[in-house]
Design a binder for this molecule. Sequence first.
Ligand SMILES: [Fe+2]
Length: 271
Amino acid sequence: MRILELNNEPITEILSETLGDGGKREFRTIEVLQGIVDYLPEEIDALVCTSDLQGMEVKKYSDENKDRRLLGIAIANELKELTDCGLLPPKEKFGVIFCGDFHFEEDFSSRGGFGEVDEVWLAFKNISKWVVGVAGNHDKFSLNENGEYSISEEKDIFLLDRKTQIIDGLNFSGISGLIGNSQKPWRTQEEQYLAALKSMLLKKPEVVLLHEPPKIGGMKGNQKIGDVIVKSSQSLVICGHSFWENPLLNLDNGSQVLNVNSRVVILLNKQ
Ligand SMILES: [Fe+2]
């Protein structure tokens, strides 16, 4: 799959409240961008890609009586409105791609932390046909009595970690979390991580999902991940974790890297 164009002019913007550098409360705009891809199967007309929605919604006057929701849940609701007004296909005609990090401490005590994000995944599933994604380093998932992720029991929700999933004929491969040796959640040792990435890319999936971005072309990310992508055959990699001013990188080997940190990117099928 290739992104043929990405319009940097947002179709809409959603205001959020979050913590900035230094832990200061600040307002931040989440842009919804639209792009065109060369191919989607006939089962779907769009893919909605997002990650790193770490913040709280900013209450509208009309919502005064409602509790403030996590940003991801509020955005799922806003996207439903885009469907209602025809800017997004009906829910049975689009899939959602997650690149992780939807947790935020609701009392604004810290920007990081580690907390449950099942509700965000379910909110997006409610407005779409399916959700496929990787976990971010701040994402916790509730467990069932067998110690497995409850979210993985949900129909049409696919959490990937060094795993491949075919949905509507599209092959998605994903690695959750970050490269790291620590005992912190969602860390994979460098050797294992890079071996998994190489073997995924060899199989030429339509989309590779990573939480950790590659460092390529001066963009913030991991150098080793960048080296693997540059040396592999053509691919479309979608990632998050670090914010990129310019979300789309076109590489010399024909590969593309789309970073959806603090953005929503709607990819529509070529007409
Ligand atoms: Fe992250």
